[in-house]
Write a protein that binds this ligand. Structure first.
Ligand SMILES: Nc1ncnc2c1ncn2[C@@H]1O[C@H](COP(=O)(O)OP(=O)(O)OP(=O)(O)O)[C@@H](O)[C@H]1O
Ligand SMILES: Nc1nc2c(c(=O)[nH]1)N[C@H]1C(S)=C(S)[C@@H](COP(=O)(O)O)O[C@H]1N2
Length: 177
């Protein structure tokens, strides 16, 4: 039986969590995934401040209790003193996936010279893939378009649910077995 597809969306932002601005980036992740994915899936959404213990606790909750096969975070990846999302991600992951950060920074450089200021990373906790995106709303699509082609196969390799995508929106790649 096909496993239920649950995807965590975690916005880490002092100001969005305080209600100073609307969480446009979290919404952009949900909209982008809705375009990419052709099958049924469910979003599990959280909005929290840039506090490392809370980020770690929420990532663990999304993976361990909510059973998300994929968790996408936005915000807190830069050099500002309160930016600690990559550290929190690394702390809860069993294995890191450095290629994601490398590719997203390379792709982001086509849009902004400050792309290298993002310390965004990705890693695996149990059977789940966690990916960091920068906080800026525009960065969401720019980064996801670059790395998402490899995401379904990554989840396949961990015996996760089979992600079906819309080929006219995103060309995903699954090597022939
Ligand atoms: N979740 C979000 N929704 C909408 N706009 C955002 C969000 N996160 C960041 N931004 C925008 O991007 C700009 C730069 O973000 P910055 O790097 O300061 O964000 P952050 O560190 O992720 O969030 P914060 O400073 O609120 O904790 C912000 O001034 C804001 O305009
Ligand atoms: N694609 C993309 N990547 C981007 C940006 C952007 O606008 N688009 N902004 C950069 C900037 S200015 C910063 S400071 C870092 C970290 O952002 P964060 O702290 O909001 O995560 O992401 C960088 N990466």
């Amino acid at each position: 039986m096909q496993k239920k597809i649950r995807i965590g969306i975690l916005t880490v932002s002092d100001r969005a969590s305080a209600g100073i601005y609307e969480d446009i980036s979290g919404q952009a992740i949900r909209e982008t995934l809705t375009e990419y994915l052709s099958g049924e899936w469910e979003a599990v959404y959280r909005l929290i401040a840039d506090e490392r213990p809370q980020i770690e606790e929420t990532l663990c909750e999304l993976v361990d209790e909510e059973k998300c096969c994929l968790v996408i975070t936005t915000g807190g990846t830069g050099p500002a003193l309160r930016d600690v999302t990559p550290e929190a991600t690394e702390a809860v992951c069993d294995r890191m996936m450095p290629g994601f950060g490398e590719l997203m920074r390379m792709e982001s450089l086509k849009y902004v010279p400050t792309a290298i200021l993002s310390r965004q990373t990705a890693g695996l906790r149990k059977q789940s893939l966690i990916i960091n995106l920068p906080g800026k709303p525009k960065a969401i699509r720019q980064c996801l378009d670059a790395v998402f082609p490899a995401v379904p196969y990554c989840i396949d390799l961990m015996d996760g649910p089979y992600l079906e995508c819309n080929p006219e929106v995103i060309s995903i790649f699954r090597p022939a077995s």
